[in-house]
Write a protein of this length. Structure first.
Length: 234
């Protein structure tokens, strides 16, 4: 299996990411024209991890995204369902508590984490609404969610150019730098079919999150969605 289909069967998606694990971070930097590092910095600011807090980094892959939280003094759990990704990450960061887990059935108790975050992974989950409810379940009352995901550029002319880049330029670039270029054809297709910013915000609210808001990055190519798990009223 080299490429998942858009019905996102979990074993297909996991296998696809296993195939690209070794060069995943390099490929992302190239395909995003260097923007991936900027996006990670903005996620770190939004999560605002503090010493002694517990942070769940879901779809963490090799845990590149987890490093800012650890550096802030938080206890961060990188979780992913791609064993290949976790193995590469463990070699690079052997001290981190890598955990295999499915976003729709998280292996954590209720009310465990001060913050939960997922970057560029929610789009690959078969049951998005189930995953949003699971993130809610494992978050402490008063805790927060930060979702970084590809979205819809807000300026129509740029949106057209961006869509052309995804479907025409991305596959040949991926062939040059990725260990599995077919996987990036799937990623381009999944980005095109993903809900826009207001639609994802509505799904967060439906899953129970309060104070839901979003901020566009790179003209809406990426959006940061945030929400809070309200404390129970006395």
């Amino acid at each position: 299996m080299t490429r998942a289909s858009l019905d996102k069967q979990p074993h297909e998606v996991a296998s696809m990411f296993d195939d690209v694990a070794d060069r995943y971070d390099l490929t992302n930097d190239v395909l995003s024209l260097g923007q991936a590092r900027l996006w990670r910095k903005e996620v770190a600011k939004a999560v605002d991890a503090r010493p002694a807090q517990k942070v769940l980094d879901l779809a963490a892959g090799t845990a590149t995204s987890s490093q800012p939280f650890a550096q802030a003094g938080a206890y961060v759990v990188p979780c992913d369902f791609s064993i290949g990704m976790l193995q590469v990450g463990k070699k690079r960061h052997p001290w981190m508590p890598f955990t295999a887990g499915d976003a729709t059935k998280l292996p954590f108790k209720d009310d465990t984490f001060d913050a939960v975050t997922i970057s560029f992974g929610l789009r690959n989950v078969q049951a998005t609404d189930t995953a949003l409810r699971e993130l809610y379940r494992v978050t402490k009352p008063g805790g927060r969610v930060v979702i970084c995901e590809f979205s819809q550029p807000t300026w129509a002319p740029f949106r057209t150019v961006y869509t052309e880049y995804l479907m025409r330029a991305l596959p040949p670039v991926a062939r040059a730098v990725s260990s599995n270029p077919d996987a990036y054809v799937y990623l381009a297709e999944s980005i095109r079919s993903w809900p826009d910013q207001p639609a994802l915000a509505a799904r967060l609210q439906k899953a129970g999150w309060s104070d839901v808001a979003w901020r566009n990055l790179t003209g809406g190519v990426v959006a940061l969605h945030r929400g809070i798990k309200q404390r129970a009223s006395k």
